[in-house]
Write a protein that binds this ligand. Structure first.
Ligand code: SAH
Length: 279
């Protein structure tokens, strides 16, 4: 593996420990769901696929083209993208167990010829320049200690004109030092102020096209997850360890408190200038 930041190493360890339980509750999508409004009765799985589809719409590749999936989890969004677009996907994650699970899923779905997964740190991508036609990062950017480095790497491996869709959190109101510490230490994420975050996207060479605040549309995720964990706290603790269950419950509290006071969940779309275009 390439040189992983301190946070990266912790993230890898955390996903090794929690992926099985998170998968039990969330299914193979390791990301939040998206609900269209208070009357949207979709279940978690449907709402999670909807968020994947919002990302897919923003990076509309065609057969023969290649998507880079930055922080691919166990591969479910990548496989859905590949099925829906006919394009190829290469996903990277820093959690070794996820590479194995995602690779097995691609094989099981008969998509191993078009979808592959590698163990890599997004801040040091093991790919040559300009080999991809689009990229996305679905709920992985919050874990990236050095977002600037990751964005530069993503820009390097994309062809001119390529699209990038990413979700990230941003600070949009007062967050106390303690909240920043909880986000960093319990959730293993950091939140930059929105202008600073968008500044990093642009500094890497991207032009920002759209910034959607999807905080409210995704918020039901933490309630449903809390209900699932609390509904079978003892059983889950026996199977996955009380420490893991309690850790996840604390993570939900940290997130909910942050978005109540000063954090937003954003869906950002950007693109690299076309070849020959002047900045
Ligand atoms: N996009 C996937 C997984 C989201 S969970 C999904 O929606 O299902 C966050 C993912 O980011 C995990 O796979 C984690 O391993 C990955 N990740 C976090 N930091 C990373 C880094 N520095 N380099 C590569 N992947 C990273």
């Amino acid at each position: 593996m390439t040189d992983t930041s301190a946070l990266g190493a912790e993230v890898a360890q955390m996903y090794e420990r929690t992926t099985a339980l998170v998968e039990l509750i969330w299914g193979p999508n390791l990301h939040f769901g998206y609900w269209t409004g208070p009357h949207d009765a979709s279940g978690k799985a449907e709402a999670q696929d909807r968020l994947t589809d919002l990302m897919t719409e923003r990076v509309p590749l065609v057969p023969g083209q290649r998507l880079l999936d930055v922080g691919c989890g166990v591969g479910h969004p990548a496989l859905r993208f590949a099925r829906r677009t006919g394009a190829d996907v290469v996903g990277v994650t820093i959690a070794p167990n996820q590479v194995a699970a995602a690779t097995a899923a691609a094989r099981a779905e008969g998509l191993a010829d078009r979808v592959a997964f590698d163990l890599a740190d997004a801040a040091a991508l093991p790919f040559p320049d300009r080999g991809f036609d689009g990229a996305w990062a679905l709920e992985s950017m919050p874990h990236m200690e050095d977002r600037a480095a990751v964005l530069r790497e993503v820009a390097r491996v994309l062809r001119p004109g390529s699209r990038l869709a990413m979700t990230d959190v941003a600070q949009c109101g007062p967050l106390e030092e303690r909240q920043h510490r909880d986000l960093r230490e319990r959730m293993l994420i950091t939140a930059l102020p929105r202008p600073e975050l968008l500044g990093l996207v642009e500094a890497a060479g991207f032009e920002v096209e759209e910034v959607l605040d999807i905080t409210r549309s995704t918020l039901r995720t933490t309630d449903l997850t809390r209900q699932a964990l609390e509904g079978d706290r003892d059983g889950l603790s026996l199977r996955y360890g009380a420490e893991t269950v309690e850790h996840l419950l604390r993570v939900l509290d940290v997130y909910d408190e942050a978005v109540t006071t000063g954090m937003e969940y954003l869906l950002i779309t950007a693109h690299l200038p076309a070849a020959g275009a002047r900045a």
